[in-house]
Structure formats: structure tokens, C-alpha cells
Design a protein around this ligand. Structure first.
Ligand code: GLU
Length: 488
């Protein structure tokens, strides 16, 4: 673990470098967040760079998905090419820069053209593998004085010196690799089209990145990128590899788990603050035990030296719990605003903002995600049909339930229509009946009559939201259902 005091030695510049070959992945969002936190904590710069050199797999749709997801999470980037609105950078727009660096490497002899064809190398690979050996490019074109007759340039390779590549990872401490394991790897195609590790290193150099913070799956790339830095004679940034994200069974969180697509969390109604808080704790934890932390607290407390080496377990239960806590903290008006699209999507018509705010207030405690609202509170907008057999409390006979519902209806009808339906008013109206019949006998059928459900916010607050007229209508409907049906 690198002590915090040794992590920084000047202005911080970090970057997020997703490949736009699919929708925003939850792990990419976590990496982006850690970079952003680090930048914000030190007043540094956070850059978004789209690594779109794989033209076949990169799509505009993925770019938009990634950018809108990061924005939704509140991760703003600070810089970009002259296109207004801060970027992002795109590798496909930086060919001249890669050419410049490539020429430098070719001129200094740190890179060379390789003439070996794919077929030759495939045959060599097959031969070596049949002897149980792993394939290494034998460096045939390394010291050629002239192109072999009849052959054309295939690739540009880095001349990798013998020795060890070593670096002090901010999270994983000392990493050391024998460069013999890395071959003279290819850095570009013969037409100058840059290959992955070369483009990343050049961009990080050009963008003056001070800290490369990315997922542990990139650890094998880092020695190659360091060799590019060394070949160019430039200083290295610091590297920090974030722990893998694991599923609850400790396997790597896979697409198949259905938990990796960031947009799904937006669609299910997780709040940006909850996701922010949750992702921050995926591999990092503050000194104390507190788990609900505001953005400002996380920015202030975040500490790369407290990021763990071992895999970070992705616990959906914890996310739901956190989300429920954040839902509790919203004002009624903000919650209503957040719930609106979920109700509309579920097909409910919202008569007024005021009504929605009341629904939000009484439903709040039952919500773990915003999309829960449809199941928990849809009845406020439209009472679904329900079985009459749901109305009686326990084994209570139908006649008794009918009698109680009629009495409740009378009590509600007797209220002054101009008076506010405060819980205290309704409670005292029903107090005598509850005393005589018992709580269950009154509140169970009342709940079902009002909501059509077994579980709902308490019936008294439902009456407050529905109002006198609608409450009476629903009570009459229940009475009618019971009157017309034999309860089984
Ligand atoms: N483009 C790489 C990816 O999407 C990230 C490269 C990096 O962070 O260095 O996985």
C-alpha cells in the first residue's frame, strides 16, 4: 500500500478511457468514479477519452450511452479537443499524433518494420504449441538491413530490451515482469494505424496523465505500455490497478449475471447518489464504519491508499438498502419528481403534481427502488380489480365484514367535506368502531377496499390522499363486491 503522502507530487491529471464497443458497464462506471474522485480531491483534471480504434466494434450508440451514464452519475469531465462542451477525445481523431511518435521510434531504431506474414506466424505458432511451448515472436525482422526480397511490411514492432519491467503500483505495490515474456510486440500496422498499447501510452503521454487508474484486468498491459514510455525516453505516470468486481459467489461479475449494464440501474430506479455511494465502496472504504456518505464526504475522504487489493464483492442487497436510505432523504417534491416517469411508464395518469407529492410522501418508506412505486402505489391512480374474498379479516363471515365496511362508510360520509382529512380526524372518527370490533376487523377490509392489496401504506394515510369522495366510492365498490359475491 502506497502511503497517501507519496501518491501526489504535482497537479493531478487522470483519465477515463472506455472503448465504445458496448453499453456503459458498471465496472467502467466504478473506474470512472475513482478517477473523478481522485481528480476532484486534488483539484486536478479528469479527462474522458474514447478508445475507438476498433472501428468495427465501436458505435456512436455506445459512445452516447457511456457519456449519458457518466453524466447521470454526476461525473463531469474537464477537457477535450476544440469542439466545445469539453470533448471527449477520440482516438480515431488523433492519427497524426500517433504518426509523430511512431516516426520517432522508427528513426531512433526503437521500433522496426516486420515483414513476417500472418500465415508464417500462424504456422510457427502451431509448430511451437504442438511441442507444448508457448509462442514467442522470434525477432526475425529485428536486425534486417533491408526488406527481404519479395516481402512487404506487415507490422511495426517495438524493440524490447532484455531485462525486467518493474513498477510500484499504487494499490498492488511492486509489480515485476521479465520483458522476455513480452516479445517485440506490435505497436502499429504497416499503414501506421496504431495498436492498443501504443495508442494508450502515447495518449497518456500527450495528455500529461499523472496517474493511470484502471481495472486490474489491465495489469498485463502495463509493462508493455511502460516499455513504450521507456523507448520514447519519457517519465512514467503512476499506475494504480483497481480490484476486480466479483459476484456474491466470488466469480468475476459477468454480463450473464444481468448485473453489469449501467443503464439497467437507471431504468430500475436507483438514485444517482445511491449508485455513487455504492460504487465508491466497491473496493474502497473510509476509516470509520459509516456507509451512507454524501458526495462531498466521499470526495474529502477518498484515499487511493485505502483501496483494497482483493476483489470487491458486488452486493445488490446493499445497493437496494442504500437506495432506500437515499429515497428517505429526498423531499416530498423531489421524490414526486423522481417517481413521475416510473408511474407514467407503468401506464398511470397523474392528475396533478399536488396529488403526486402526497402519494410520494405516504409511499416513501416502502420503496427500495423508484420502479417499486408502480406495484406499491399504482392503486392511488387506478384501483385494480381484486377478489372479494380478500376483504374479510381472517375467518370473519362476509356479513360481518359488510357491516363493518358500511359503518366505516357512514363515519367517513359524516365528515365535513371541507375539513382536511388529517390522520387524527379519521382516527377519532373510527375510534369507537375500532374499539367495538377490533383493529383487524376494521382496518383489514378498509385497506383492501382502498388499495385492492394485502400490504399498503396504512389505510388512514390512504384516505388522506384519496380524499373523501374517492374513499366513499371505493368503500361502496367493496360493499357491492361483497354483497354480490359469496365469499369462499
Ligand atoms: N480502453 C480500455 C478499456 O475500455 C481502457 C484502457 C485504459 O484505461 O488504459 O478497457
Amino acid at each position: 500500500m502506497t502511503p497517501k503522502s507519496e501518491i501526489i507530487s504535482g497537479p493531478v491529471r487522470v483519465r477515463m478511457a472506455p472503448s465504445p464497443t458496448g453499453p456503459l458497464h458498471i465496472g467502467t462506471a466504478r473506474t470512472a468514479l475513482f478517477n473523478w474522485l481522485f481528480a476532484r480531491q486534488y483539484g486536478g483534471t479528469f479527462i474522458l477519452r474514447l478508445e475507438d480504434t476498433d472501428r468495427e466494434r465501436s458505435t456512436l450508440e455506445s459512445e452516447l450511452d457511456i457519456m449519458s451514464g457518466l453524466k447521470w452519475l454526476g461525473l463531469d469531465w474537464d477537457e477535450g479537443p476544440e469542439r466545445g462542451n469539453y470533448g471527449p477525445y477520440r482516438q480515431t481523431e488523433r492519427k497524426e499524433i500517433y504518426d509523430r511518435y511512431l516516426n520517432r521510434l522508427l528513426q531512433t531504431g526503437r521500433a522496426y518494420y516486420c515483414y513476417c506474414t500472418r500465415e508464417e506466424m500462424e504456422a510457427e505458432r502451431a509448430a511451437m504449441e504442438s511441442q507444448g511451448l508457448s509462442y514467442h515472436y522470434p525477432g526475425r525482422c529485428r536486425d534486417l538491413q533491408a526488406p527481404p526480397p519479395g516481402k512487404t511490411r506487415q507490422l511495426i514492432r517495438l524493440r524490447v530490451p532484455a531485462g525486467r519491467v518493474e513498477f510500484n503500483d499504487l494499490i498492488r505495490d511492486k509489480v515485476s515482469v521479465d520483458s522476455g515474456e513480452l516479445d517485440d510486440f506490435a505497436i502499429a500496422r504497416s499503414n501506421g494505424e496504431p495498436l492498443y498499447n501504443f495508442a494508450v501510452a502515447v495518449d497518456d503521454i500527450e495528455m500529461k496523465i499523472t496517474h493511470v487508474i484502471r481495472g486490474e484486468d489491465h495489469l498485463p498491459n502495463t509493462p508493455k505500455q511502460i516499455l513504450v514510455y521507456q523507448a520514447l525516453g519519457v517519465d512514467l505516470p503512476r499506475f494504480g490497478h483497481l480490484p476486480l468486481i466479483l459476484d456474491t459467489d466470488r466469480s468475476k461479475l459477468s454480463k450473464r449475471s444481468g448485473k453489469t449494464n449501467f443503464q439497467d440501474y437507471i431504468d430500475q430506479g436507483y438514485l444517482p447518489d445511491a449508485i455513487f455511494n455504492f460504487l465508491a465502496l466497491l473496493g474502497w472504504h473510509p476509516k470509520g464504519d459509516e456507509e451512507i456518505l454524501s458526495r462531498a464526504e466521499i470526495v474529502a475522504m477518498f484515499d487511493l491508499s485505502r483501496v483494497q487489493k482483493s476483489g470487491a464483492i458486488f452486493n445488490l442487497e446493499k445497493l437496494s438498502w442504500l437506495n432506500a436510505q437515499y429515497i428517505k432523504q429526498l423531499s416530498d417534491a423531489d421524490l414526486a419528481q423522481a417517481l413521475r416517469p416510473f408511474l407514467t411508464r407503468a401506464g398511470y395518469t397523474i392528475s396533478s403534481e399536488e396529488y403526486l407529492v402526497q402519494v410520494a410522501a405516504v409511499s416513501r418508506d416502502r420503496l427500495r427502488t423508484l420502479s417499486d412505486i408502480a406495484a406499491h402505489a399504482g392503486f392511488f391512480f387506478q384501483l385494480a380489480d381484486y377478489a372479494p374474498s380478500l376483504l374479510p379479516w381472517k375467518e370473519s363471515p362476509r356479513e360481518e365484514t359488510l357491516r363493518v365496511l358500511r359503518a366505516v362508510r357512514e363515519a367517513i360520509r359524516a365528515l365535513d367535506p371541507a375539513a382536511a382529512l388529517e390522520p387524527a380526524v379519521i382516527n377519532s372518527t373510527l375510534a369507537e368502531l375500532v374499539n367495538q370490533e377490533g383493529k383487524g376487523q376494521v382496518f383489514w377490509p378498509l385497506r383492501v377496499a382502498l388499495s385492492g392489496l394485502r400490504a399498503s401504506p396504512d389505510p388512514i394515510s390512504i384516505i388522506g390522499v384519496l380524499g373523501q369522495t374517492e374513499t366513499l366510492r371505493r368503500l361502496s365498490l367493496a360493499i357491492e363486491k361483497l354483497g354480490n359475491n359469496v365469499v369462499s
